[in-house]
Write a protein that binds this ligand. Structure first.
Ligand code: ADP
Length: 257
């Protein structure tokens, strides 16, 4: 699966990577103190990479993911995705950018009273009318994550693992090039968490999206080919490991072979 990594100090230097972060900073005021949640992060990420952002609670993982996904604005620095500075976009273009990213959160963030299909479709609502082909696509995605497409079930009545599967299908509905997962297994028991992780990894192997996943769990991080460890908002170390065999993973997840 993975081999021992090559640990070294980060030295971002490549020009023209697919996703570029340059000296990104974000601070929050907490009472009288200023918390430097992300404190000068520079990274070069290529399309299709799988990246785990690790570090203890408070290290800045969520803040960094929010900045990359356009959910929050940096105080300074640049985040450029596919040549576009995502924080210099107009409101409409910024909203379109956010919708182009697939998000998976620790606590699913589903609309609990809606059906799984409606939840999967929800990111498309910002682009206007949902077409019949979209409804079919949402059903196919639910099939893909091994969930029934029964419209009478409220998403909030599903188990945690099932809700996270709905959230994964929702993240994929816009055929994203970038998927951001913030502690996707953090609210699940270990067995269910493993299944969810295998599913994300198998889908990534199949679809080739860039995956950036925050986790404080080393065994979750080990699923990614590149691990970026944060401490106090700074990149402490980077580790690259040989990626898992995607075919073996697919066979395991689908139960074939
Ligand atoms: P992690 O995801 O690694 O646990 P976070 O990015 O959530 O870390 O938080 C990094 C630091 O920034 C923490 O000290 C946290 O309290 C602070 N922080 C994050 N978001 C906010 C916010 N909206 N307001 C104030 N402080 C925040």
């Amino acid at each position: 699966m993975s081999s021992r990594g090559d640990e070294r100090a980060p030295a971002p230097s490549q020009a023209g990577a697919w996703l570029v972060l340059r000296d990104v900073r974000r601070a929050f005021r907490q009472g009288r103190s200023l918390i430097h949640a992300v404190d000068g992060v520079s990274l070069d990420i290529e399309a299709g990479e799988t990246i785990a952002v690790t570090g203890p609670s408070g290290a800045g993982k969520s803040t960094l993911l929010h900045l990359i996904g356009g959910l929050d604005m940096p105080d300074s620095g640049r985040i450029v995705v596919s040549g576009v500075d995502v924080h210099s976009l107009s409101r409409t273009a910024a909203a379109r950018y956010r919708r182009s990213v697939g998000f998976v959160f620790q606590y699913y963030r589903l609309l609990g009273h809606l059906s799984p299909v409606d939840n999967v479709l929800s990111p498309l609502l910002g682009d206007g009318r949902v077409r019949p082909a979209d409804v079919q696509w949402a059903g196919e995605l639910l099939d893909l994550v091994d969930l029934p497409t029964d419209g009478r079930v409220a998403a909030g009545d599903l188990s945690g693992g099932e809700q996270q599967r709905v959230a994964i299908a929702r993240a994929l509905v816009g055929r994203p090039k970038l998927v951001i997962a913030d502690e996707p297994t953090g609210a699940l028991d270990s067995r269910t968490g493993e299944d969810v992780l295998d599913l994300i990894a198998a889908l990534q192997a199949q679809w080739g999206f860039t995956l950036i996943m925050a986790t404080h769990d080393p065994s979750v991080a080990a699923q990614c080919a590149r691990q970026i460890r944060l401490l106090d908002g700074r990149v402490l170390t980077e580790t690259r490991v040989q990626s898992r065999d995607p075919d073996a993973l697919l066979r395991r997840v689908t139960g074939l072979g």
